[in-house]
Design a protein around this ligand. Structure first.
Ligand SMILES: Cc1cc2nc3c(=O)[nH]c(=O)nc-3n(C[C@H](O)[C@H](O)[C@H](O)COP(=O)(O)O)c2cc1C
Length: 237
């Protein structure tokens, strides 16, 4: 999937008043993905979320940093460390930092998050992509470029999860192209303690449920009692 949805949403106050009560009724952990245009935005948002009845915050660091000339916060060690440490000061809840794959060395922003006190990192966000209609010669997306996700990005995501697992000691939440239990196991072998599913939900709304079943089947077939036993257990050639 190549998407250019942007980050439009009704805002944190609306979320807390209308969406959160519904989510709290679903008997699941609620982790809020937070984004802003400036460091101040992130800090203000997390001050509000710190008082909310949620289980944690995931910082989306792929947003444009207006003050630094539209660079993304998430591409450098320093950028990730700065925003994460400022958020850490106002947020007592578990803090996950979500990393962009649009970098040469994903371990650097991952270390920035760890050094600033993040509890975990999640990866990958979408890869920057572009697709052109050959008849009109115009890009399909109004924004020209968009974020690529789904099964085609999985090998990139698994590679990055492995690299980050070798570089940091905090847990990794892995994602990128997971559509079944086997995919989830791959991420866990590469070093992810947990996984998440985005684009797969658009293919089949039951993807997450089926993925859990697939993980259980794999555990039965391989006599695995505790799923944590396979985290990071890839046998490199
Ligand atoms: C339609 C769509 C909307 C997304 N919105 C967000 C978002 O608001 N914040 C964020 O951190 N990632 C967002 N993502 C990225 C996904 O959470 C995920 O990191 C990425 O798509 C790779 O996983 P997947 O292949 O399972 O989708 C979005 C992805 C898709 C497809």
């Amino acid at each position: 999937m190549l998407n250019s949805i942007g980050l439009q949403n009704p805002g944190v106050e609306y979320f807390m008043e209308y969406d959160l009560p519904w989510l709290k009724n679903q008997d699941v952990a609620v982790i809020v993905n937070a984004c802003g245009s400036t460091i101040e935005d992130y800090v203000e948002l997390c001050k509000i979320l710190n008082k909310a009845d949620i289980d944690g915050v995931e910082l989306n660091l792929s947003c444009p940093n207006v003050k630094a000339g539209c660079l993304a916060f998430g591409t450098t060690y320093e950028g990730v460390k700065e925003v994460t440490s400022k958020v850490r000061k106002v947020l007592d809840k578990p803090l996950i930092v979500k990393l962009t794959p649009n970098v040469t060395d994903i371990t650097l922003p991952a270390k920035g998050a760890e050094d600033a006190g993040a509890d975990a990192v999640s990866l990958i966000n979408t890869l920057l992509g572009m697709s052109i209609n050959i008849n009109t010669r115009k890009p399909y997306l109004a924004n020209n470029t968009g974020g690529l996700s789904g099964p085609c990005v999985k090998p990139v995501a698994v590679r990055m999860v492995y690299q980050v697992s070798q570089a940091v000691n905090i847990p990794i939440l892995g994602m990128g192209g997971i559509i079944n239990g086997g995919d989830a196991i791959e991420f866990m072998l590469a070093g992810a303690s947990a996984v998440s599913i985005g684009a797969g939900n658009f293919i089949d709304p039951y993807t997450s449920v089926n993925t859990v079943k697939g993980i259980e089947e794999y555990m039965k077939n391989h006599n695995i009692e505790d799923i944590n036993d396979i985290v990071g257990k890839v046998k490199m050639n």
